[in-house]
Write a protein that binds this ligand. Sequence first.
Ligand code: ZN
Ligand code: ZN
Ligand code: ZN
Length: 107
Amino acid sequence: MSVIECAFCKGKGKDPFDLLSKLATCQVCGGKGKVEVIEPAIKCAFCKGTGVYPHDGRVTCTVCNGRGMVTVKGETEGCPECKGTGIAMESGLPCIKCGGKGVVSKR
Ligand SMILES: [Zn+2]
Ligand SMILES: [Zn+2]
Ligand SMILES: [Zn+2]
């Protein structure tokens, strides 16, 4: 487990989009500005590590839950389905094969 800066609020602890109010705390880190990730973790391919859902731009990424990092297990390789982007070609939703991480476990 390691503690990283919250990607969604960039470590500020505030809701970056002022959805509720200017004083609202970040829903991802609960206002702490830091989040815990289970190692080994890689940058989330779907949101490119921003923690923000790419198509909406105001909600948390569903792949990494706003952390910007995702946990991977064991040896991984680039997902052949989405070419490592984490985005399904037709739908624009997280890739079904890799779950939006952009990598799949090596077998
Ligand atoms: Zn945050
Ligand atoms: Zn993400
Ligand atoms: Zn994929």
